[in-house]
Every structure is written in C-alpha cells, then in structure tokens.
Design a protein around this ligand. Structure first.
Ligand SMILES: [Zn+2]
Length: 891
C-alpha cells in the first residue's frame, strides 16, 4: 500500500507541469459547490467522507499544489486519504523535506549549527484535521473549504508565503467512518421531528469518542494509522478541530486549563500557548468574537489525547473547540439562554469580546475554523526557522536531561507473571517512536543481575518524556473550586501508570548505566523506514514493534489435556479457540496455595500445543479427572444500550481481540424475555442505570431507538438469573443490578458528596482471593482502575462472597486521585452474589477501561467462564468454589 502510494506520488511528481501550464491549471480550480451541490456550511447540508474525497480528487486533478496519499484503512476497511498541500517546488522535493523533518525529530549526532542549517532549509509540516469526533461536524466540512481557499488563490501574498514555507498535511477527516455515519444519520432525519437526534451508535468502531483517548495505547487500527503517518512525516505542528466550546463562548483555544501533564516540554507548552493567542488575535481581526482560553474544562493532564500525546514527542500539539448547535441545523440564542453570570457581557482578560447571542450556523463554525487553521499556517510560515529548530532543541534537551539525571533507564525483565503483556506494553512504546533495547548477555545493573533477553529503555533519547509520563506514578494536584470547597474534577483520568494498569514489573534505574551494561544492550529492530509496515495488523506482525518478542512457550508434563495459567492474558485466546473448536474448559485448583488454572480438553493435544506455542504460553499437559466442571458450550450476550456506549464498545473490542464469540443484544431483546433459552451469560458494560433502563426519552430520537429495557426488561433479567443464568455487571451497571434485581447489597459511596468522597480515573489496590475462580490468575494485591466506581457492603440475606476488597486501613490509592479513603476501607470491590439458582457478578471497577488495564482483563474473562460453569453444574462445583475464604477479614 505504501509502495503503491509512493509510486503514485512519483508519477505525479514526474507529471508536474511548467509554471505556464500551472497558471493555466489554476483557472480551473473547482469550487466545493460545483462538486458537492451546495456551499460548504450551508444550512441543513453536510458532505459525507466519500463526497469530500471525490472533491479532493477533483482538486488533485486541477492543481500541482496538492497530492493525495493513501495512508491505510480504517477498522471497517474503508480507504483513508491524506492531502498534502504546498508549493509545487516543495512538493517536488518532498523526500528531502521529510528527511529534514526526520533529522530534526531525532537529534542524535546533530550539532546546534547543523540543526540551524537544516531549519533554514526545511519547511514546517503542519498537520490539521477535522472530524475526529464525527458529530462535531464542522471540522470535516471546514477541511474542504480550507483546501479550496489555499489552492484557489495561491498568489495572494499570505497564501503564497504559507505554500512556500509550510507543507500542510490536511486530513479531510481523521475519522472517515464517523463522517459517513453522522452525515447519513442527519440526512435520514433532517426535516423530521428527529432532525437533531443524537446517534444511537458509536461513530468509530468499538470506541466512538474515545478515539481521542487511545494515542499512547494504540489499541485500534485508526490510532495506529495516524501514529504511523506521523512517525513517517514527523510534523512539527498537529492541530485537531473539535466543537464543544464552553457556552456561550464561540471558540475555546489554548492555553489549556490546569493542570497540564507534568512531563510535557516547556518549550512546546510555550509555543502552543503562543499559537492559541495568535488564533485569537486573527479571529478578532476578522470580527469573529467570543474566543476564550484556559477556564475550568479542557485541562491537559491525561496524556492519551491524539492531539496532546505528541507534545511528549516534542511536537506542538493542541486542539480547539468551536461552538456547535447540532449538525447543520442553525440555532438562535438570546441572553436568556446564557448562564446568569455571563449575561452582563463583561469583557474579561481572556474573553475580551463576549459573544452577544444571535444566530449560530454551521457556516459560522466553519468560518471560525478556517480562520484558526489559516492563523496556524500563517504562524508556521512566519516562524518557520524557530519552529523547526525548537523541534530539534526539545529532543536534544530530553537527551541531555536524562544523560545527567534519573531515571537513566527502565529495565523490564522478561521474567514476568505475564510476559506477553510486557511485550504488548513495549510494542506500543516502540510504535510511538521509543527505542527499546535488549540485553544480549547477563549483566549487573544497580546491583541486580539482569538477564539476557531483558528489555532496557535508556532514557537518553528524544521521546523519553513520553516514557516517563506513562511509567511514573501520578499525583493529581489537589485543586479546589474554592478554598475548603470540593475538588476540581479532572477532565479525564487522574492516574494511568501503565506498569500498574498492565501489571508489568518495570524497574527504574536511578544511577547512570555502566559501560558494561551499555555494551550488552542491542537496539530492538526499528528504523523510520519500518513505519509503513502494516498498521492494520496486530503489533506482533510486520511492524516496527515486531522486534519485541515474547520468550517461547514452555509445555511440560504428560496427558491428554492442557492446563494453562490464567495469569497470562493469551491463555484466554487459547481458551476461546478451544471453545470455538468444540472443546471444553474448566477451572481447577492449580495446587495448594497456587490459585486456579484452566484445564482444556476435547481438542487434540497436537492442536492445543500448536496454539500454546503460537501464543508463547506456559502450559502443562495433565491427565483426565480432577475437580471442576466441564463447559460444554458457552453462550455469551453483550448488552448494548441505544445510548452509544463506549464501554460496551470496548467490551466488544476485548472479546474480539481474544477470539470470544458473543451476541450483541439490544434493549428490545431484553424486553422480549426468555433470555435463558438463548444465553448462559449476559454481560453489561459500565453504563448508568438510566441509560440501561430508560435510554433516550420518547420523542428525542426516532421511536425505534427510544427507551431502555424498562420494567419488562428488569423482570426478564431477574428471571434469567433466578433460573440459573449469570449476569456480569461492570462498574456503574452494578448500581443497575442492585436496584433492578433487589440484591441484598449496598453501594456505600452512592450519594456521598463530592467534597467528602471523590475517585475518578485512578488506580487503586484491591485485595483479591486468587483461589476463587473469578480471580483466577490475579495477584493477591491487585491494581484496579476505578472511575466513578461503586464499593459494596452486603445486607441481610446476602449469599455469595466478596472476591475483592479494599484493605481495612490506609489508602488504597496507587496512582491518580482519591479523596475519602475511609469510604472504601474494608468494603468490597467485587462480589459474587447468589440470586435464585444463578448469580450476579458485580465488578466495582473497570476491568477493560479503554483497553488499558491488561492486568484485569482476566477478571472479565473469568466472570464469563465462571458464570457458565455455575449455570451448568452447581453440584460438581460446590466442593471447590462454593465457599471461598475471603482474603480480607469480614467486617
Ligand atoms: Zn471533540
């Protein structure tokens, strides 16, 4: 695909015409209207992605200042196009310009003088995109107009300077599927009572809005295509257009709100602040009022935004938020719509031209975005040398810093509870441009013998701040809305420490690496030319990350069954394969004090071994017999509310990644009842009781998407469980189950004021009972990700057990922010609740949050497998797991 696109580029280059014919071509630049049939921004009119690309193709045919590049495919297989816009001269030497961008991004071996020379020769690569959050629709429409503006008037002095000094990487949409979904939905509803109805599905496969939360994890294809493209081009500015301005302001711009990610290079923060102010000034000059900055929303603490992570790679990365009513529908606002304290229209320092109200149309949003994008390009054009040199300088500073101060390196031993997850973590870093080394012999580092094969990340490298930001513990600052008032809510997660979330042992090296250690380190394969390798494939195949290899499988013992250790996430891939092949799986004690393992039978040993070798698993052949219950078949349902649930999407992602088969069911399926005829296990992702039971209110969406499961659905779920089914509820949906099924359980933090208890997006320690099948493969001291999570105590009549608890004393906080630990102390983080002949598994944390906590994925898998066994054969199970000993003393 890449080679093909290079050929296309070369042939276009070869075909570049002389200046005379270039002028002739200029006359024929088609307007957007001539292609779309309406002007960009017209009321009630939106262009799909496919229509947008058709227009860009017409532009490409009409000018020598635009090239289209095929960057890859989306999760659904849709083709994906990037437009490159610059002067014909720049496009003719694009390879050289890319080489300069690469050289400045990776400063090793450059002197300051070299960098100055390169900065003088290079051009600023400015990456601008629309459509990431597809319903913020003006972004993907403005890109069409921006391309036309630049190409139709190339001799306008400002435009000419931009084309000469910059190379614009313009993504018509950075979420192609989403643009098609949203525009088709709007076209279906425009002119009906449901014109501004919200979507009932996610606008990017699996993850919807979380497409701006996946930049360091790179879990989905789209994130990898974008990361690969950025590593190939190394832009110096990345700007993503959003559309959620704090009302009534018309556009929110950097500087960001407090707090910011502490490892972002100050040089980048300063430059982005300047760009934000430059945009504001350009808007004011155009008479476009109502721009604001900072405020209380839009902090930049979480480093996983696609438009912020690059800051940690020394790139100026930011987003802006233009006002949106809904889709292409205009709206008239009066002062009465404004919050009371904004009605006096008082000019403020960072909001000196308050918007007075009136009409707001799609065209207004498009025009604000055009001004903002042009201001960015104008800034890049004027400060070209500085921007290029600062890219070099920030990288050079990172190398210098960690040559002289700790952490000097991180060691990741190959010997881990789950070596596959250690590799998954490192592959993500490598794909993001971090150099990972491996020891080619045993060597002592800070007094500890490290072994051949252990991984080392030396920190004297240009993207080291990204590593540090992901590896270290977060101490979210205690910011109050007013002194003694409630804490300011983080806009997103407060703590994400990857070694905790993924439960990988990572050792910080506090003293300089010795020359002995240095000579033992071999760089894992990876050069810039590897970036075009398939981003559409998993990390383990054919990409820069493929050099990170898990130690080979070890299979011992003899017998016709295979026992796998569930501490390895990939053990569940083998289990899913075995189930799909008609095999049986059961949980069984692994030996005294060794927790639980899974025994797989009913599949020829040769196949089981081949799978185990493919997955690099530790496994043991065992003979027939033993405790546990065979699982003959496993019928899994995943409940999907109409409210476009991201957590439900991530649940599908997790099950797909591991090869589990399941059926997605809608509220109508639940209301229909007789669920036990179809399913053994029903899984509910973290959704509010309201989203589950009530859904969208009648009249707000087309009738087929209105409502939730309602009373009938609650009764059907209750009957399903009472008859022997298993209901697994993640995080907030536990609140639903407690109420709807009238369980003898209480969420002790429900209704506690935010000034007394607050835990949002943080990592806590829970004490588990690893002898219980629901905690198979978990360590006794587990790290769990909580986010608006419940904590449970049991009431009169409770039968079942606590499978994870918070310690009775001290704070369970490991990373992030926790206020009011006393509300958690001694309470349960997860419960197995018997209900009739079945059970409800309440998991009071987020085991699969954004696909990040690899350390708790297995809790979700265990719940599925356990549920089935419990449903199939309570008698056989009784002796083993009916009465697990609680790990923490009962209260
Ligand atoms: Zn957005």
């Amino acid at each position: 695909m890449y080679r093909l696109s290079r050929l296309v580029i070369l042939s276009i280059l070869a075909a570049l015409a002389t200046p005379a014919s270039a002028r002739a071509q200029q006359a024929a630049i088609p307007t957007p209207e001539s292609s779309l049939g309406f002007a960009v921004g017209a009321d009630f009119k939106l262009a799909t992605y496919d229509e947008s690309i058709a227009y860009f193709q017409k532009l490409a045919a009409a000018t020598n200042r635009l090239k289209l590049i095929d960057v890859g495919k989306t999760s659904t297989g849709h083709s994906w196009t990037l437009a490159i816009i610059s002067s014909p001269e720049n496009l003719a030497k694009l390879d050289r310009l890319k080489e300069i961008a690469q050289r400045l991004a990776h400063p090793t071996g450059l002197t300051d003088a070299d960098a100055r020379r390169l900065a003088a020769e290079g051009k600023v690569f400015v990456d601008i995109s629309g459509g990431l959050h597809a319903s913020e629709i003006a972004g993907s429409q403005h890109t069409i107009q921006l391309a036309y503006d630049l190409l139709a008037h190339p001799d306008d002095p400002k435009t000419k300077a931009i084309l000469d000094n910059t190379v614009l990487m313009l993504w018509p949409s950075i979420n192609p599927d989403g643009q098609n979904i949203v525009v088709n939905w709007y076209r279906e509803n425009v002119g009906t009572p449901y014109e501004v109805s919200p979507l009932h599905e996610l606008y990017q496969k699996y993850i919807g809005h979380d497409n701006n939360r996946d930049a360091y994890m790179l879990n989905v294809v789209e994130s990898r295509v974008v990361a690969r493209t950025w590593r190939e081009w190394e832009p110096q500015i990345i700007y993503v257009q959003h559309q959620t301005a704090p009302f009534p302001t018309r556009i929110w711009l950097p500087p960001f709100a407090e707090p910011i990610a502490p490892r972002v290079p100050a040089l980048m923060s300063r430059q982005v602040n300047t760009i934000g102010m430059t945009i504001a000034q350009a808007l004011e000059s155009n008479g476009q009022v109502g721009a604001t900055h900072m405020g209380t929303g839009f902090d930049a603490w979480y480093p996983g935004y696609i438009d912020y992570t690059p800051m940690l790679q020394n790139i100026n990365a930011y987003w802006t938020e233009t006002a949106l009513y809904r889709y292409a529908t205009p709206h008239f606002y009066t002062l009465d719509d404004f919050p009371r304290d904004m009605r006096d229209l008082r000019p403020q320092s960072l909001y000196p031209s308050p918007w007075p109200g009136g009409w707001w149309r799609l065209k207004d949003a498009v025009d604000y975005m055009r001004t903002a994008s042009m201001a960015t390009l104008d800034y890049a054009s004027k400060y070209r040398d500085d921007i290029l040199y600062n890219r070099y300088q920030a990288g050079r500073n990172a190398i210098k810093r960690y040559s002289a101060e700790p952490p000097y390196a991180y060691v990741i031993p190959q010997s881990q509870r789950d070596p596959g997850t250690a590799a998954e973590m490192l592959r993500r870093l490598a794909f993001n441009g971090v150099r990972v080394s491996q020891l080619d012999r045993d060597v002592t580092i800070e007094g500890t013998m490290r072994h051949r094969g252990d991984w080392v990340i030396p920190m004297d490298q240009e993207f080291s701040e990204l590593v540090r930001q992901l590896f270290e513990v977060q101490e979210y600052p205690d910011l109050r809305e007013y002194p003694e008032g409630p804490p300011e809510q983080p806009y997103d997660a407060a703590g994400w420490t990857l070694p905790f979330q993924m439960d990988v042992n990572v050792v910080e090296v506090r003293s300089p690496l010795t020359s002995d250690a240095r000579t033992a380190m071999r760089l894992v394969r990876g050069k810039p030319t590897d970036w075009h390798a398939s981003a559409d494939a998993p990390f383990s195949t054919d990409s820069i990350a493929s050099g990170i290899v898990v130690p080979p499988a070890s299979i011992s013992g003899s017998g016709d069954r295979l026992a796998v250790d569930p501490a390895q996430n990939d053990a569940f891939r083998l289990i899913a394969q075995a189930l799909a092949a008609g095999g049986a799986v059961r949980a069984a004690p692994a030996g005294r004090g060794q927790g639980v393992r899974y025994v797989v039978s009913g599949v020829p040993m040769s196949r089981l071994e081949a799978w185990a070798r493919d997955l690099s698993l530790r496994a043991e052949r065992v003979s027939s017999g033993g405790a546990g219950v065979p699982a003959a078949r496993l019928r899994i349902a995943v409940f999907k509310p109409w409210t476009a649930s991201m957590d439900e999407g991530w649940t599908e992602w997790l099950l797909d990644q591991h090869g589990f088969r399941y059926t997605v069911i809608a509220p109508t399926d639940v209301r229909a009842g007789d669920l036990g005829l179809r399913f053994d296990v029903i899984l509910m992702a973290s959704d509010s009781p309201r989203a589950i039971t009530d859904g969208f209110s009648a009249g707000s969406v087309p009738p087929r998407y209105a409502g939730g499961i309602g009373d009938a659905g609650e009764r059907a779920l209750d009957a399903f469980v009472r008859a022997g089914g298993t209901l697994v509820c993640l995080n907030q949906s536990a609140n639903f189950a407690i109420d709807a099924l009238n369980l003898p359980v209480k969420n002790v933090v429900a209704g506690v004021a935010r000034k007394d208890f607050f835990a949002s997006g943080s990592i806590l320690e829970a004490i588990t009972n690893p002898a219980h099948p629901l905690m198979a493969g978990m360590p006794e001291h587990a790290k769990v990700f909580v986010d608006g999570s419940p904590a449970f105590t049991t009431l009169e009549g409770f039968e079942g057990s606590a499978i994870a608890k918070y310690a009775a004393a001290g704070s369970p906080r490991l990373s992030g922010y926790l206020l009011g630990e006393k509300y958690l102390q001694g309470n349960a983080a997860a419960l197995d609740v018997k209900h009739g002949r079945g059970r409800v598994v309440l998991i009071g944390f987020r085991p699969q949050w954004r696909g990040q906590p690899f350390g708790t994925f297995r809790v979700l898998f265990n719940a599925i497998l356990f549920g089935h066994d419990a449903a199939e054969g309570a008698s056989g199970a009784a002796g083993f797991w009916a009465a697990p000993k609680p790990a923490a003393p009962p209260r």
